[in-house]
Design a protein around this ligand. Sequence first.
Ligand code: FPP
Length: 251
Amino acid sequence: MTAEPAVKSPLPVDLHPERLPYHVAVIMDGNGRWAKQRGLPRVMGHRRGVDTLKQLLRRCSDWGIGALTAYAFSTENWGRPLEEVGFLMTLFERVLRQELTDMMAENVRIQFVGNLAGLPASLQTEIDRAVEQTRQNRGIRFTVATNYGGRQEILQACRAIATQVQAGVLQPEDIDENLFGRHLYTADLQDPDLLIRTSGEMRISNFLLWQLAYAEIYVTDTLWPDFDEGEFHRALQTYQGRDRRFGKVSS
Ligand code: FPP
């Protein structure tokens, strides 16, 4: 965010502002392959991936999209080589520290979802600082899924609800979609309308399992570091061409 002038990019004329997704979620896949194709260490792909994410956040904000959620680190990613995990943790921390001023200037409200207690203490400190400082911002809501797993999220919601039932605070018949959703990490966030996955894999990889129930899914072969404004434009064109029926018939 630092290197660019603060010039707003207008919404491309072929996109309908009234039919934009409110909430876009992204699975940023392909950083390692992008680096390998260039004979670089995998971590260089992650570094480049941060730039792509920053650009996407800015485009979303410029084009009037209300929320962006990015899958930065899954509960399964701990199984990667120690060196790569360490690099990612340090990268998250550094990016948060460096980008806070720009996020404030651009009115971004950042939040994190996942098992944050399992992250290094120094990263938790940066997360707390960024969340606290941007809490009053009323621009785009930027959610970073870190040490996140969809099944784990659902299980912790079940446990929290079961505890309340056991205590007699809730009755089993009180449990509906609304109540369940309020026990997820994303309690105050509308479900994603559009999920974008890069690098061609047709999977949701334990990402927002409950929340993606009716999201439109867009998969591109492009590797994450190459997912630029033109690619995002194409994703939105495809989204606007879809007939969202939510299980009903076309009107
Ligand atoms: C997947 O590519 C990417 C990741 C697991 C990490 C994504 C993280 C970032 C882009 C940094 C985001 C930073 C902040 C502060 C939110 P891969 O390594 O699985 O690629 P491959 O499938 O080609 O191996």
